[in-house]
Design a protein around this ligand. Structure first.
Ligand SMILES: C[S@@+](CC[C@H](N)C(=O)[O-])C[C@H]1O[C@@H](n2cnc3c(N)ncnc32)[C@H](O)[C@@H]1O
Length: 130
């Protein structure tokens, strides 16, 4: 995304464990407008940041983190923020709980859906806005 929008400021986040591989990807792709910042969904921060776009990829697999992740999305978005959630279903029943919770604070639209019964891969892209 940072290559597609070279005039934007992109911040890639994950736990500190992922810093090295994330920074390597940033460097290998020559993403000069992208930096890595540690973000633990379970740690409360008061940075006052509101993003234009938040992209979440493959982070909805563990029900234990749903409330913390949704809290971060709520905290760092305004009514103008578009939240894109790219999602690979691993446990469809429990993971649909994430989207049910999400709908309490965001309007949710499914943009894309990919399903392959031979490989049992199911993926979706959702657009959320307050
Ligand atoms: C399945 S990986 C997806 C990684 C990456 N977003 C991608 O699409 O390749 C899930 C990621 O969630 C991160 N994660 C798990 N718990 C987290 C937490 N409490 N705060 C922030 N990130 C967390 C993990 O470190 C891991 O990188």
């Amino acid at each position: 995304m940072s290559k597609h929008f070279p005039n934007s400021k992109v911040c890639a986040t994950d736990l500190d464990d992922a810093r090295e591989i994330c920074q390597m990807n940033i460097d290998l792709n020559g993403c000069d407008n992208c930096s890595f910042e540690e973000l633990d969904w379970e740690v409360e921060e008061q940075n006052g940041v509101k993003w234009d776009v938040i992209i979440v990829t493959d982070c909805t697999y563990n029900p234990l983190y749903y409330d913390a992740l949704l809290h971060v999305l709520q905290r760092e978005s305004s009514s103008h923020t578009v939240v894109l959630i790219a999602h690979k279903f691993r446990e469809p029943l429990s993971e649909s709980e994430f989207f049910t919770k999400c709908m309490a604070n965001f309007t949710l639209q499914r943009q894309r859906w990919y399903s392959d019964s031979s490989t049992l891969i199911h993926m979706g892209l959702y657009r959320c806005q307050k």
